[in-house]
Design a protein around this ligand. Sequence first.
Ligand SMILES: [Fe+2]
Length: 147
Amino acid sequence: MEVRIRVSWDRSLETGDPEIDEQHQELFRRIDQLMAATHDRRARAEVGRLLTFLGDYVVSHFEAEERIMVEAGYPAAPAHRAEHQHFVTEYGRLFQDYQADGPGSVFVIKFGNRVTAWLCEHICRTDRRLADYLATQRDHRDAHSGQ
Ligand SMILES: [Fe+2]
């Protein structure tokens, strides 16, 4: 059975922070590219490379968010960072599954479900809370600078 899981970012995942939202959109583009490659027999050789490509982006995106949190003095930063670390560990496990089993249906379903479910959950709750905090900080600053 061929499985083509389509993954796309939509407005319900918007946090309201332009930098974070742009990176989330790129994350979903890369996941979809990976899912497309697992579906296309000729592109399967690309799957390992795309997994690495996506994993690298995830890490740099998390680093960007963590930098933003530190700069903003975000009080919930440690818990947020812990969620990121948990995901990186989980991603490493999925990568091992891929190395052991290849890009077959089992891997695709597992990967598609776990990665997108985690991201949607994390974006909708944890990242949105961060974006709300950043918006409040901005309003506060604007009020003090008389804007
Ligand atoms: Fe995050």
